[in-house]
Write a protein that binds this ligand. Structure first.
Ligand code: KG4
Ligand code: ZN
Length: 345
């Protein structure tokens, strides 16, 4: 089954062609960083307009690279939520219309299910059950995955998401948008031990997270260090390193606790923050210590992309699911509301 995947939930236009036999044939991601950079964050209306401009050219590029025609498609998958409603509507209208005009099924995919299944696109994919650490700009969740669509929430952030915390800390330090990758680059050259960042909620039981305290600690540290409101480059690097170490430590402690609590030894990491090299190395070492294993998508499939949507959609299309003709997007959509899908042979 050849499936076209469209991801337009936020500030990346992701288009991909996935074949259930041959795997990922082609994918393209257009990032809107330049559009939003001067505003220091995503401007929803500008995001929607840019998705309108970029979707069709990217579809043509992906089809050409794979040597396929629209008439070769067996199904279309588009992100239905959660995300920015205007941005979602662009992909959903396009996907639904294309599916209708080609007389093939179209399916609306949950963005976080896409992230969660992205490791399945790699050669060494995990078997079920596994634990998933979903760390993106909008979500921080620990989920037990028994099968596709069978998700049990073990813990989540009570306030900021991990990626959001990275972005806010970076902004306070005057780093350009998007802050996460930029902050992690600075952290690589800093001393993580110079400032004693807290490890929020690790000294009490449970698997929930909280990152807003790290934001406050970052703000206070900046105020204490800055001379005439200006931070030195070394201060920035040390704050970045201390901040990143605190987030990575906190996530690792909770993942270790979840693995011990459930007895599940396979852990996947997905979502934009999953591209963070320090987090990847730390979780790999932690899982191996417990006799377990970590799986993660290549960094370009951790951040938003169309391949994960094509893959997740293909599983649901194979099971006979498709969405109705009326386009509906859901800005807020708990993943636990999804229905189970029987894995195909
Ligand atoms: O999954 P994603 O691309 O979009 C959402 O669904 O939110 O995640 C984006 C988030 C942003 O907050 C970004 O700063 C963060 O992932 N991020 C990183 C890194 N790369 C992306 N955070 C830390 N280190 C990175 N290398
Ligand atoms: Zn995402």
């Amino acid at each position: 089954m050849l499936v076209l995947g469209l991801e337009t939930s936020c500030d990346e236009t992701g288009i991909a062609l996935y074949d259930t036999e041959a795997g990922l044939l082609a994918h393209r991601v257009y990032s809107q960083i330049a559009v939003h950079a001067e505003y220091g964050g995503v401007v929803p209306e500008l995001a929607s307009r840019d998705h309108v401009r970029k979707s069709l050219p990217l579809i043509r590029e992906v089809m050409a690279e794979a040597g396929k025609q629209l008439s070769d498609l067996d199904g279309i998958a588009y992100t239905r939520g959660p995300g920015l409603v205007g941005a979602l509507l662009v992909g959903a209208c396009l996907g639904r219309t294309l599916a209708w005009s080609l007389q093939i099924p179209g399916v609306g995919v949950h963005h976080m299910e896409g992230h969660l299944l992205a490791p399945m696109l790699e050669e060494e994919a995990p078997d079920f059950p596994f634990l998933a650490l979903l760390v993106s700009g909008g979500h921080t969740q620990l989920v037990e995955v028994d099968a596709i669509g069978e998700y049990h929430l073990l813990g989540e952030s009570l306030d900021d998401a991990a990626g959001e915390a990275f972005d806010k800390a970076a902004k306070m330090m005057g780093l350009p948008y998007p802050g996460g990758p930029e902050l992690s680059r600075m952290a690589a050259e800093g001393d993580p031990g110079r400032f004693s960042f807290p490890r929020p909620m690790t000294d009490r039981p449970g698997l929930d997270f909280s990152f807003s305290g790290l934001k406050t600690f970052t703000r206070t540290t900046i105020l204490n260090c800055a001379e005439d409101g200006v931070l030195s480059e070394q201060d920035k690097k040390d704050i970045a390193a201390g901040f990143q170490a605190a987030v990575v430590d906190t996530l690792a402690i909770k993942c270790k606790r979840a693995m011990k609590q459930t007895g599940v030894k396979r852990l996947i990491i997905a979502g934009g923050v999953g591209a963070n090299a320090s987090l990847r190395a730390r979780l790999k070492a932690m899982a191996e210590e417990l006799g377990g294993r970590v799986y993660y998508p290549r960094p370009e499939l951790c951040t938003d992309n169309g391949a994960m949507i094509a893959y997740a959609g293909a599983q649901r299309l194979l099971a006979g699911e498709s969405s109705e003709l009326a386009v509906s997007c859901v800005p807020r959509w708990p993943m636990t509301e999804l229905s189970p899908v029987q894995p195909h042979g």
